[in-house]
Design a protein around this ligand. Structure first.
Ligand code: HEM
Length: 360
């Protein structure tokens, strides 16, 4: 992208875009997570107290079921004749207690930390300004794979968090019938899209594995905070150490999410209830960890790091951006003799029409 002839206007435009991007990012994150989770932390306890006080006309029946009494069923799955097991009670307490509560805090704290980072560091501009010359960073197939996986991930995160926190957060707001319909739809969306996401994640890990192999300079990248806190930029190859951390978290936690997802999705495989219960806790905990990382990733790509979105949208990045953030990769391109190309010209905005003299 070429700089215009008026640097002050460019700076103002950049600031306006930065503010808009920050507001859009915070608004999106707030709607997706912070609002329902804050509600959960406040409403959860009150709802539990209200439930304790309510009289259930079927209490005798449920008391029997809770004592793990065996009954009769034509279903032949393991333990199908026991409605409520001890391990099920423990699992419910872990799911609704530490898992949901610590998970909510982790995500909220991550958003607060990102807001603090923005206040401290602001938007990272291209120090030398855009050169107007670009090099290819992400091929078309990289970009299709990235956005395919990213969109599916966001839909899975919204439906997954709705299933984990919805009963406590959405049901009081939507009413039980509307919530039941929404939750049913969310389960279908989550279950079907999960399989498509798995394909994207596996391809992504395989395709980008080589560039994410840790190198010696990655340690100094971490020690200098990725250059976010101090002015000087640490060395980085095609991807920096922070991106490698995201990649390996996705690869390891993603694998755990996929395996436990299959266990949960296909109960007819014959696994016991205990295996399903542990799988659900692992599935949700690993997903919350990845969601927290993705908050940071989206923040850096949209709000904090000027110039990186161009690469994942159009495939090419400015040469000065490459030298600043991925100096070792930029040097490698120069050594290979890769020639930068001018950035595609942006269509100029039409000048507003001159006011016409009023007809006499
Ligand atoms: C709105 C959401 C998202 C935006 C705006 C976004 C943006 C970007 C951008 C701009 C890059 C290129 C960074 C560079 O050139 O160095 C990138 C890379 C990447 N993104 Fe995203 N992304 C989003 C969501 C996701 C999601 C949900 C995932 C995972 C499920 C993901 C995984 C990755 C990975 C693995 C890389 C490459 C980093 C590496 O190889 O280590 N992104 N993203």
């Amino acid at each position: 992208m070429k700089a215009s002839n008026n640097p002050t206007r460019d700076v103002d435009k950049g600031r306006r875009r930065g503010r808009f991007a920050l507001l859009a990012f915070l608004g999106m994150m707030f709607l997706i997570v912070a609002l329902p989770l804050t509600g959960y932390l406040m409403v959860g306890e009150t709802a539990a107290q209200a439930q304790q006080g309510a009289v259930n006309p079927l209490s005798e029946l449920w008391r029997g079921a809770r004592q793990a009494n065996e009954g009769y069923t034509a279903v032949t799955a393991p333990q199908a004749n026991i409605l409520i097991t001890d391990s099920g009670q423990n699992w419910r307490q872990v799911r609704n207690g530490p898992l949901a509560t610590y998970g909510a805090w982790l995500m909220i704290l991550a958003l607060v930390a990102l807001a603090a980072l923005f206040l401290l560091r602001g938007r990272v501009d291209i120090d030398e300004g855009p050169s107007g010359m670009t090099v290819e960073r992400w091929t078309r197939s990289d970009r299709i794979l990235h956005w395919y996986t990213a969109v599916l991930f966001i839909l899975l995160a919204i439906t997954g968090l709705s299933l984990l926190y919805g009963r406590a957060v959405l049901m009081p707001v939507m009413g039980s019938e509307a919530f039941a319909s929404y939750a049913q739809a969310a389960i279908y969306v989550h279950n079907y899209l999960g399989l498509f996401f798995a394909i994207g994640l596996v391809l992504m890990v395989l395709k980008w594995l080589r560039v994410n192999i840790p190198k010696g300079h990655d340690l100094s990248w971490f020690l200098s905070g990725g250059g976010m806190l101090k002015g000087k930029h640490p060395h980085a190859g095609f991807v920096n150490a922070g991106e490698k951390l995201l990649f390996w978290t996705l690869a390891v936690a993603g694998l755990a999410i996929l395996i436990t997802g299959v266990i949960l999705l296909f109960p007819q495989l014959g696994q016991s209830r205990e295996v399903m219960q542990v799988s659900l806790v692992v599935h949700a905990a690993a997903s919350i960890l990845v969601i927290t990382f993705i908050f940071g990733h989206i923040y850096l790509a949209t709000v904090a790091m000027k110039g990186s979105m161009a690469g994942m949208v159009g495939g090419r990045v400015d040469v000065n951006w490459a030298r600043q953030h991925h100096d070792l990769w930029a040097k490698e391109l120069e050594e290979k003799g890769v020639r930068p190309e001018p950035a595609p010209a942006r269509p100029e905005k039409e000048a507003p029409e001159e006011p016409r003299p009023a007809a006499s």
